[in-house]
Design a protein around this ligand. Structure first.
Ligand code: G6P
Length: 608
């Protein structure tokens, strides 16, 4: 979604801000722009479409300056066009603003400002905010920003500057993330670490309601009572290579191929072979709370929701603890049964998904213990939860989540193992489980190494209009995830179903044009899944089966078989999803789609 970058320093900040905007492209956007302070005035350049177009316009004008703000916009209010792109200027041209989030009471504020003779050029909520700041401006930008934000309802991360106050950017947030970066005598504001990682690893996380005043002298933070706050400077552990393609054609392919390593990182120091259990430091104090909880919910969105579904199955099967899984967007509005004895576990790669964040805030308010599984260190969900676990997958840039999914599932299996060992799982079975789990990265690597066959299958089915994905038990969420990957990046309509459910509807769709991907490893439902495949074949559907290596039988009925190594059934989702990620990737590439930035999608969904 929208991205913010700002620079204050002694050099020309335009290249730094443009670089930052390029680094934010992965989040999804439809227009971009920058504003530069020049001799007490603000120059704005914006473009609809790709950063490349903005770059051309900037190169042509040769604009430069030492105080710069920039933005990538993902349209919410108003269509994606040049006029609606940020930065927005106030009607007198003195104030420029970039904004992530949504101002809910913008209509009433707009009416009020119009009565005060302020003229608007767009219908956006962000232009209302910049004009409100202008209206309240009495020569001190931070005071005007503080006053304006006290009058708005909604979510925001903003960076603002005034022509009349050279050398200064004021930034604040409520909801969407915002950080300040320190690099000697250069200072940055950004919505995402990736935007400034090339220039600094020293950052300050700005908290809700805090206001940052960035000048050539440094970053001053004040709280909502106008009192200075001493903030800790945190070191970012990601390196620049982790946000570059590293020789791969796309981030998504790089991230798929990183999974052997990311699984190792998710397990590092967490397997306890001696006691046949797992160690999750961030949940240590909450294990008993989970065990004695009246309700244990897992909530998430998108791919993280599919990981949550697998979490439900593995925790119930290994630890016998009942789990309810809820879409965060539904959970927050459905009056769930929550009290002081409830535990809510939120799963989020970005740690910024607005619905997930809102769901945990709601649960917290009702007294629940709130835990998290996140990838991005210092993210809002990580900070909002009582305890939790990082998956340590490194930055995920491709919009379609891949490595974060397998790492989330890994952490959930570790949690199930930990809870299970405290209940019924014997030491011997625990030891075997831990030993099997430690071999998973190599198994995943062997699946990755067999991508040639998947490319061939992609070539065969690249023109299909629809796909069905079927799985049972632990593999039903994998079917959902496979279908989601395909539709996200190739725009082919795809649906995931529990395999046996096809006879209650989807079978009506099956004909010779319908490819059906069936996850059919030799587990306890294998025979039933074979029956389901027979039903598809009887209607002339083409079957692509993900099957256990060495399974000779399935080759007799399926059209294509993608073999995966035999693993303990709890690990199947991690192994079986790899070919589905690759299949979606290759089909999308063959259809000429932009896999890293699929149309209309955003990496981090910070609006509800
Ligand atoms: C967006 C992304 C998905 C992601 C979902 C949830 O839709 O495109 O890849 O699964 O948000 O994101 P989260 O960061 O909370 O896991």
């Amino acid at each position: 979604m929208c991205g913010i970058v700002g620079y204050v320093g002694k050099k020309n900040g335009v290249p730094m801000v443009m670089n930052g905007l390029r680094r934010l492209e992965y989040r999804g956007y439809d227009s971009a722009g920058i504003s530069v302070q020049i001799d007490g005035k603000l120059e704005v350049t914006k473009q609809k479409g790709k950063i490349e177009l903005l770059d051309r316009a900037i190169t042509k004008s040769g604009i430069r300056g030492e105080v710069v703000i920039g933005h990538t916009r993902w349209a919410t209010h108003g269509v994606p066009n040049k006029k609606n792109a940020h930065p927005h200027l106030s009607s007198d041209g003195n104030i420029a603003l970039v904004h992530n989030g949504i101002i809910e009471n913008y209509k009433s504020l707009r009416k009020y400002l119009q009565k005060e003779n302020i003229k608007f050029k767009t219908k956006t909520d962000s232009e209302v905010l910049v004009n409100l700041i202008e209206h309240l401006y009495r020569g001190n930008l931070e005071e005007a920003v503080a006053e304006a934000t006290s009058r708005i309802i909604g979510s925001y991360a903003i960076a603002v500057m005034a022509g009349s106050e050279p050398g200064k950017i004021v930034a604040t947030r409520f909801g969407p993330p915002l950080i300040a970066g320190l690099a000697g005598d250069e200072f940055y504001i950004a919505s995402d670490v990736a935007a400034i990682l090339e220039f600094t690893k020293d950052v300050i996380y700005i908290d809700d309601g805090e206001l940052a005043i960035v000048t050539g002298d440094g970053v001053k933070i004040i709280d909502s009572n106008n009192l200075p706050v001493t903030k800790e400077v945190k070191k970012i552990l990601w390196d620049i290579g982790s946000i570059e393609k590293g020789g791969y054609e796309h981030f998504m392919l790089k991230e798929i191929n990183e999974q052997c390593e990311t699984l190792r990182d998710a397990m590092r120091g967490r397997l306890d072979p001696k006691n046949g259990t797992a160690k999750l430091g961030g949940l240590l104090d909450y294990v008993h709370t989970i065990e004695s909880a009246s309700q244990f919910y897992i909530t998430a969105c998108g791919t993280s929701y599919h990981a949550a579904m697998i979490g439900e199955s593995v925790i119930e099967s290994m630890a016998g603890i009942p789990v309810e899984v809820e879409y965060a967007s539904e959970f927050r509005y459905k009056d769930p049964i929550i009290d002081q004895n409830t535990v809510v576990l939120a799963i989020s790669q970005s740690g910024e998904t607005a619905d997930t964040l809102a769901a945990i805030k709601m649960a917290k308010k009702k007294g629940a213990t709130v835990l998290g599984i996140c990838n991005v260190v210092g993210s809002s969900i990580a900070r909002e939860t009582d305890g939790g676990v990082y998956i340590h997958a490194g930055p995920e840039i491709g919009v379609a989540s891949t490595k974060a999914f397998t790492s989330q599932v890994t952490v959930l299996i570790l949690l199930a193992q930990l809870l299970g060992r405290r209940k019924n799982l014997t030491l011997a079975s625990g030891k075997k489980f831990v030993s099997d789990m430690s071999r998973l990265p190599d198994i995943v690597q062997s699946v990755l190494d067999s991508s040639g066959l998947i490319k061939k299958i992609a070539e065969k089915f690249k023109h299909a209009d629809n796909f069905l994905y079927l799985g049972r038990g632990f593999n039903y969420p994998v079917a959902l995830e496979g279908a989601l990957k395909l539709k996200e990046i190739s725009y082919i309509h795809a649906e995931g179903y529990p395999a046996a459910e096809i006879k209650h509807g989807p079978i009506a769709l099956i004909d010779e044009k319908m490819p059906v991907v069936v996850i059919a490893p030799q587990d306890k439902t294998y025979d039933k899944v074979i029956n389901n495949i027979e039903q598809v074949k009887a209607r002339n559907g083409s079957v692509i089966a993900i099957a256990t290596e060495g399974d000779k039988e399935i080759g007799k009925i399926a059209d294509w078989v993608i073999p995966i190594p035999k693993v303990e059934s709890h690990f199947l989702p991690i192994v079986a999803v790899i070919p589905l990620q690759l299949l979606a990737y290759y089909i999308a590439i063959l259809r000429g789609c932009n896999v890293d930035q699929p149309r209309n999608l955003a990496k981090s969904v910070t609006v509800e």
